[in-house]
Design a protein around this ligand. Structure first.
Ligand code: ATP
Length: 245
């Protein structure tokens, strides 16, 4: 089976700050990879280079067989194929829920309005918000807005979904609903790379967990290997901190 994502010797510098240091990673179709690690270790930057929101300094990123790290890569096409969900939903507050979801399929894929609307209803059902089709974004809770953001990313029918700390900005009671939607997507076979501080989600849903520290993957393995038998002292220290709060 062709790899979905193949990252080879990736580096990213911001001036003198060497944020991603020689990272290589392969992700298989339908795989759920969860990235954990301390604040500032480069997790977000790594995710953002995968769809070229950041340009890599060196190394290659091949997605579905296409080298997107080449200067002449068709970045728009790449982004159509990779859905991304951010910590701060980034919805258009002046548009309705349905308008937010339908915008890209109509503008980019030239979907007819009735087709886009029926697809939007289907997606809202997946994220448990069927009744919010006409609602304004402002009337929704943070957790609901994040589920709309997930539906919006799914509307482009992506091959891969990237999640960058999707629950970090939410009130605790909202977190479960969002994680539930992500779990459902994983069960349906979506290839996903998820940066999160939710260790319960990592344990339950990840096929593989990567521990990032100082711009490198210091350890990777199954959730059991990472959480029950961590090898690297930095990972042991990190888990002691996050699991014993
Ligand atoms: N656009 C940018 N310009 C300059 N430096 C940046 C930029 N984006 C990130 N950095 C730096 O890169 C480093 C890694 O940041 P990054 O956000 O990737 O870490 P992180 O592991 O996702 O952290 P957190 O868990 O706190 O979100 C930090 O030192 C940060 O200041």
């Amino acid at each position: 089976m062709t790899d979905k994502v193949q990252v080879t010797h990736l580096n990213k510098d911001f001036g003198d700050n060497h944020v991603i240091r020689d990272v290589s990673l392969t992700v298989k179709p339908n795989e759920v990879v969860v990235i954990i690690g301390p604040s500032g270790s480069g997790k977000s930057t790594f995710l953002r280079t995968l769809n070229r929101l950041e340009d890599p300094t060196s190394g290659s990123i091949v997605i579905d067989g296409i080298d997107i790290s080449q200067p002449n890569a068709n970045i728009n096409q790449v982004r159509e194929n990779i859905g991304m969900v951010f910590q701060h939903f980034n919805l258009f507050n002046n548009l309705s829920v349905a308008q937010n979801i339908m915008l890209a399929p109509q503008e980019i894929k030239h979907l007819a309005t009735d087709e886009a609307a029926s697809e939007t209803k289907r997606l809202l059902k997946i994220v448990g918000l069927e009744e919010k089709f006409n609602a304004t974004v402002q009337s929704l809770s943070g957790g609901q807005q994040q589920r709309v953001a997930i539906a919006r990313a799914l509307a482009m029918n992506p091959d891969i979904m990237l999640f960058d700390e999707p629950t970090s900005a939410l009130d605790p009671e909202m977190v479960g609903d969002v994680l539930q939607v992500m779990k459902k997507l994983a069960q349906q076979g979506m290839t996903m790379i998820v940066v999160t501080h939710e260790m319960g989600f990592a344990k339950e849903v990840a096929d593989r967990v990567l521990f990032f520290d100082d711009g490198q993957i210091l350890e990777e393995g199954t959730p059991t290997a990472i959480f029950d038998h961590p090898q690297n002292p930095r990972l042991q220290e990190f888990l002691n901190k996050v699991l014993n709060v």
